[in-house]
Write a protein that binds this ligand. Structure first.
Ligand code: C2E
Ligand code: CA
Ligand code: CA
Length: 540
């Protein structure tokens, strides 16, 4: 836009000046011809024919005329220089506006323009256009750990490699951050060409890069879309490749994948869940369910793990795997989690005081410096004792901001809460993690427990974790106990606590109450006013 403005300004200012200088020069040349010929004739007459000497004013006029021509010429030179400089500056500005200054690739806007032209060319030549979106994995870690200079240098090196792999005629763009896009034409009957390029990019990106003398390890996720499959415009093509790239990330990164329509449907469902979730939390449609935790040696009930469920008015019961990730990505997890806690602690107030309540804390929540205060506030307001509350966190939570996690956990433990390391055995389990935070318990991930009767590897892992707990003096809980045989083997391995479908599926608040009433594990003294309060609410 700045360019157009400049262009507009130059015309009215430059053009008349050009015209005036030109007119003066032409007029002075004409005058020169007129006066010059008079002076020449008078001089010839004077020297060769004895005529009168040349008129003094005429000579002065001639000299003035020559000065005028010189002035006009110099002015013309200066103007020509100015025009050339302006054109060069404009060209540079145009370049800057169209290109990414770091890599020299096209930027998002110019990719849209050039891409639209390529799209039209593909249709004319009966070819297909491929659009490839490449996003680096873990680039943020490099940037955070080594600084922006190293990050920039890495991005430049990545651009060089992309250029090396792609055909010379391809459009290459940096869309921003660590996201790149490439577009090129290919024979619709031969999409292998596109896959080979994507494959080569994925394998090159997984090799180490040298940035400012540092060896950096990254990888890339690539989404592919083609113009002849459901993409009617360059915008649709970009969107499709973007969706495919996110799908590649979700299924484990360091890979490429084509867009397909099921991804579009999945996105639509996700968007519906996301907008529904915003209303569902304040309406308390997200409710706690309670899974029994059993002392497996004695068979006694020791407490419950709180698991979130969405009682959706039209879709029925939705599992947390479907909405917790959305709540995390959209920043709603804190509100959701506190709402679940408030409901669970309220429900558990009149349960037998021997029963514990375990709540799950998302890694995202451990970035909130006020988390401990918020949890303590809910405990105070609901009157539930902190000493009966256990917090479950997964190992992935430990990587983000360890010192903040340590301070949050420190505050919670000071209140008397206990801490369990959830899903142990998956991800990046290591002994070091067990020392990072003051854990009171380890939970073996259900994937090993469920399969331990069939898989010797799973059984070995369960035994190793049980021994580890023993040597560190940390009690171990096994989740995913689906039958008596698994339970028997866990008792033999020395696991103290367990949960799973063998003891029952997670119960609603009413279901848990019913079960506890049957076992005479409700505290009548507190239960009465509580029951009255709830029945009053229901009646109202
Ligand atoms: P998790 O914390 O590992 O929870 C255990 C999951 O295993 C639960 O799934 C439970 O229903 C399931 N499970 C229990 N016993 C068995 C069994 O014998 N066999 C099988 N196949 N599965 C069993 P659920 O409720 O779908 O929860 C999934 C995950 O969602 C949880 O995994 C947890 O990471 C997350 N989640 C649930 N509620 C909350 C919450 O309130 N806040 C947060 N941040 N995350 C939650
Ligand atoms: Ca858990
Ligand atoms: Ca778990």
């Amino acid at each position: 836009m700045a360019l157009d403005f400049d262009e507009d300004r130059r015309a009215p200012r430059g053009a008349p000046r050009d015209l005036v200088t030109g007119a003066i020069t032409v007029a002075s040349i004409l005058m020169f011809v007129g006066i010059g010929s008079q002076v020449l004739a008078a001089t010839v007459r004077h020297y060769f024919m004895g005529g009168a000497p040349v008129d003094q004013p005429l000579v002065v006029a001639l000299l003035l005329n020559i000065a005028l021509i010189l002035l006009g010429w110099r002015r013309n030179q200066a103007l020509a220089r100015e025009v050339a400089e302006r054109a060069a500056a404009e060209e540079r500005a145009q370049m800057l506006a169209a290109r990414d200054p770091l890599t020299g690739f096209l930027n998002r806007r110019s990719l849209a323009e050039d891409g639209a032209a390529l799209f039209a060319r593909a249709e004319k030549r009966r070819k297909a256009m491929a659009l490839l979106i490449l996003d680096l994995d873990h680039f943020k870690t490099v940037n955070d750990m080594h600084g922006h200079a190293v990050g920039d240098s890495l991005l430049r090196a990545v651009a060089v490699e992309i250029e090396r792999v792609l055909p010379a005629s391809a459009l290459m763009a940096r869309l921003g951050g660590d996201e790149f896009a490439c577009a090129f034409l290919f024979d619709a009957a031969n999409p292998d060409v596109v896959e080979r390029i994507a494959e080569r990019l994925v394998s090159r990106m997984a090799q180490p890069f040298d940035a400012e003398g540092l060896r950096c390890h990254i990888s890339a996720s690539i989404g592919l879309a083609r113009s002849d499959f459901d993409c009617r415009s360059i915008d649709a093509l970009m969107r499709a490749a973007d969706i495919a790239m996110y799908a590649a990330k979700k299924s484990g990164r360091n890979r490429f994948g084509w867009f397909d329509m099921s991804m579009e449907r999945e996105l639509q469902t996700r968007n519906e869940l996301e907008s529904g979730l915003r209303l569902a939390i304040p309406r308390q449609e997200i409710v706690p369910y309670f899974e029994q935790q059993i002392d497996i040696a004695t068979g006694e009930l020791s407490g419950f793990e709180v698991l979130a469920r969405w009682e959706h008015p039209s879709r029925g019961l939705i599992s947390p795997d479907q909405f917790i990730p959305i709540a995390e990505e959209t920043g709603m997890i804190a509100e959701l989690s506190l709402s679940i806690m408030r409901q669970a602690f309220t429900a558990a107030r009149d349960w037998d005081p021997s029963l514990t309540v375990a709540i799950n804390i998302s890694p995202w929540q451990l970035r909130d410096p006020w988390l401990a205060q918020k949890i303590i506030k809910v405990l105070t307001e609901t009157g539930f004792p902190a000493s009966r509350c256990e917090i479950e966190i997964t190992e992935s939570a430990l990587f983000d901001n360890l010192s903040l996690a340590q301070s949050i956990v420190g505050s919670l433990k000071n209140q008397g809460m206990r801490l369990a390391l959830d899903d142990f055995g998956t991800g990046y389990s290591s002994l070091a993690h067990l020392r990072m935070l003051p854990f009171d318990r380890i939970k073996i991930d259900k994937s090993f427990v469920i399969s331990m009767t069939e898989s010797p590897d799973s059984a070995a892992i369960v035994h190793a974790i049980a021994r580890l707990g023993e040597s560190l003096n940390l009690p171990v809980t096994a989740e995913g106990i689906e039958d008596g045989e698994i339970e028997r083997r866990l008792i033999a391995a020395g696991v103290s606590r367990g949960q799973g479908w063998h003891y029952g599926k997670p119960l609603s608040t009413a279901g848990a109450r019913r079960m506890l009433a049957e076992r005479r594990m409700l505290h009548v003294a507190q239960a009465e006013p509580f029951r009255k309060a709830t029945s009053r609410r229901r009646a109202g």
